[in-house]
Design a protein around this ligand. Structure first.
Ligand code: C2E
Ligand code: MG
Ligand code: MG
Ligand code: MG
Length: 281
């Protein structure tokens, strides 16, 4: 019986794997049509000054509204877009749409906040990327200083010299750069100082540890200090409560992004919030 059970379990397990694999294939094939079907949209999550609590930036976060399966998380479909190379087109669309949106808001008299756009490592390795970014800025007329590109720490692990060259080319356009999910991947601390980046984004996991243990709080403090000594700005993401906020403020973290202030929001909602901030000042 035990043997039987073992066998059944094995079968069950492998069926589940098969189903997952099949679902991935279905998603991947519909990903090829998502753009022409207008299934992508962008939400914008405000970033605020830790002390001022004023909005100083927005992060563009991609959403896929699948006709059959509903909203699919970027954590699920970005890897598929990377495997198929589709991320190059999709990423360009995000970049253009986010820049266009911010420029339109500024032209309407809203405050010139920063726009942060996530870049996949696949895009970083695309030889057309730098030209693409230049082109989008030219077409939209957005001030390059208002664009920030977020790269994940893991993107810098392989071919370090090559990546630094690309980052320097991006910096030369006038955009700023930040390291996303900082502290979660095995990038070398020794090389961090050689990266031409302006900002570190403390990963959510460290923020969440702040109110869980002394050691957790210690790590968060150390990351803030690291940024300070490297002359980089620090933003914490995933801030959900007052305790986390006050700790980060106390230890001089520059900026905050998290549900405590704002969730990722529809463009129209962001426009209204920015509008209010103008009339309140
Ligand atoms: P990320 O760039 O680190 O973005 C932050 C993620 O944390 C977002 O998830 C955001 O909604 C979530 N978040 C923000 N504040 C809080 C909070 O207080 N609590 C919690 N629990 N979560 C919070 P989202 O939008 O699901 O995106 C997940 C990841 O997908 C992003 O992580 C990014 O790596 C990737 N992604 C999203 N849009 C794009 C894109 O246009 N291009 C690329 N290459 N990747 C993207
Ligand atoms: Mg990001
Ligand atoms: Mg992150
Ligand atoms: Mg917590």
């Amino acid at each position: 019986a035990a043997k039987n059970k073992g066998k059944n379990q094995y079968t069950l397990f492998s069926n589940e794997m098969k189903e997952k694999q099949q679902f991935k294939m279905i998603l991947t094939s519909s990903l090829f049509h998502a753009q022409e079907r207008n299934e992508f949209m962008i939400l914008y999550q405000p970033q605020v000054g830790a002390k001022s609590e004023r909005i100083i930036g927005l992060e563009a976060l991609l959403r896929w509204k699948h006709t059959e399966y509903g909203m699919i998380s970027p954590n699920e479909f970005i890897p598929l877009a990377e495997q198929t190379g589709l991320i190059n087109e999709i990423g360009e669309w995000v970049l253009r749409t986010a820049c266009m949106q911010l420029k339109a808001w500024i032209d309407q008299g809203l405050p010139p906040v920063r726009m942060a756009v996530n870049l996949s490592v696949v895009q970083l390795r695309n030889p057309l990327l730098v030209q693409q970014v230049k082109q989008v800025l030219l077409e939209t007329g957005l001030d390059p200083a208002l664009l920030e590109l977020e790269i994940t720490e893991s993107a810098t692990v392989k071919d370090f010299e090559f990546i630094v060259r690309v980052l320097n080319q991006l910096k030369a356009i006038g955009v700023s750069l930040s390291i996303d999910d900082f502290g979660t991947k095995y990038s070398s601390l020794g090389r961090l100082k050689d990266l031409p980046v302006d900002r570190l984004k403390m990963d959510m996991q460290f923020v969440q540890d702040i109110d869980h243990s002394e050691k957790g709080a210690g790590i968060a403090k150390a990351i803030i200090n690291l940024a300070k000594y490297l002359d980089m700005r620090m933003i914490a993401e995933g801030v959900e409560n007052q305790t986390e906020l006050e700790f980060l403020r106390k230890w001089d973290c520059d900026e905050i992004q998290g549900y405590y202030f704002y969730r990722p929001l529809d463009a129209e909602v962001v426009r209204k919030i920015l509008q209010q901030s103008v009339s309140n000042s």
